[in-house]
Design a protein around this ligand. Structure first.
Ligand code: UTP
Length: 294
């Protein structure tokens, strides 16, 4: 029997240097995309994928994230007395996202280190990881797509995306062979090797790892065993490479559009496209953009 994935870990303790000064006193996961912080999109994706137990790894600015998912009595009271029913429902929906726990990463020692901090809360079971600055707009939530593969093979699965050569050195990159799956041979891969932030000429492929993972608990032992890698940080990619020595790992080229919302340009693109899709804003915003003279 393949164990069910019940938990999602959200590393949110990075320094967010690409988004300074906005991220000086608040985590980038709290940057609002139209009107919702990035991390809420991720939490909603987990919920829609059937994963309800949320673990957030926080660093500085921890209170902003905790407060966001907590009940705000003052705000609810104010909205109630002003009869703002819709807003009240929106605010309550956030705090009703049950079952969130927090663990602290005191120093930003890398994504792998952040995941390792969640070990106690995850325990000895498979789990998922969502990097909420990778916002993915998809018909079937990206995490659900990975879980479908996990539930079939019972092995770890990472999200993959094709990236042009000139940008590849910003990512973890895989060396992988395609595997026939669901009647097709163009989305699922079995990973042979992976490398974090390779030089473009050394990259083993154009397939980059994007911030969605389904992992098995062996990753914790591997993360403890490895030395700091690229940038002096404990890299999740290096931990996965260590797991590969004894277990298979799959990569799934997900269906959907990914925005790098931890980067200013990626964030702007996401903001414009998400706003255009909104029923309450889209039409007016489109007219406004059309009227701009460039
Ligand atoms: P990034 O690679 O985007 O790094 O982290 P960063 O520090 O947040 O941002 P930049 O590159 O300086 O602008 C990917 C994810 O891993 C988390 C981040 O919060 C983000 O969700 N992370 C990274 C941690 O939780 N801890 C770390 O030590 C590093």
């Amino acid at each position: 029997m393949i164990a069910k994935v019940r938990k999602a870990v959200f590393p949110a303790a990075g320094l967010g240097t690409r988004f300074l000064p906005a991220t000086k006193a608040q985590p980038k996961e709290m940057l609002p995309l139209v009107d919702k912080p990035l991390i809420q999109y991720g939490v909603e994706e987990a919920m829609q994928s059937g994963v309800r137990n949320i673990i957030i790894v926080t660093g500085r600015g921890k209170s902003a994230i905790e407060d966001h998912f907590d009940v705000s009595f003052e705000l609810e009271h104010l909205l109630e007395t002003r009869h703002k029913k819709e807003l009240l429902a929106t605010v309550r929906a956030v705090s009703d996202m049950i079952d969130i726990s927090y663990v602290r990463q005191k120093e930003a020692l890398g994504l792998g280190h952040a995941v390792l901090r969640a070990r106690e809360l995850v325990g000895d079971e498979p789990f998922s990881v969502i990097l909420s600055d990778d916002v993915i707009d998809a018909e079937v939530p990206c995490l659900r797509q990975l879980l479908d593969v996990y539930e079939f093979y019972g092995a770890a699965v990472v999200a993959l995306m094709e990236v042009p050569k000139e940008f590849i050195s910003a990512y973890g990159v895989v060396d992988a062979e395609p595997v026939a799956h669901n009647g097709g041979k163009d989305r699922l891969y079995r990973i042979r090797n992976m490398v974090e932030k390779p030089k473009a000429e050394d990259a083993p492929s154009n397939l980059a790892i994007i911030g969605r993972y389904v992992l098995t608990p062996e990753i914790f032992t591997s993360l403890e065993a490895i030395e700091p890698g690229s940038g002096g940080e404990i890299q999740l990619t290096d931990g996965l490479k260590h797991v590969l020595r004894s277990r298979p790992i799959y990569g799934y080229r997900f269906e959907g559009k990914r925005y790098d919302a931890g980067d200013k340009l990626g964030f702007l693109k996401a903001t414009v496209e998400f706003a255009l899709k909104r029923e309450d804003l889209g039409e007016e915003f489109r007219a406004y953009l059309k009227g701009l003279s460039f």
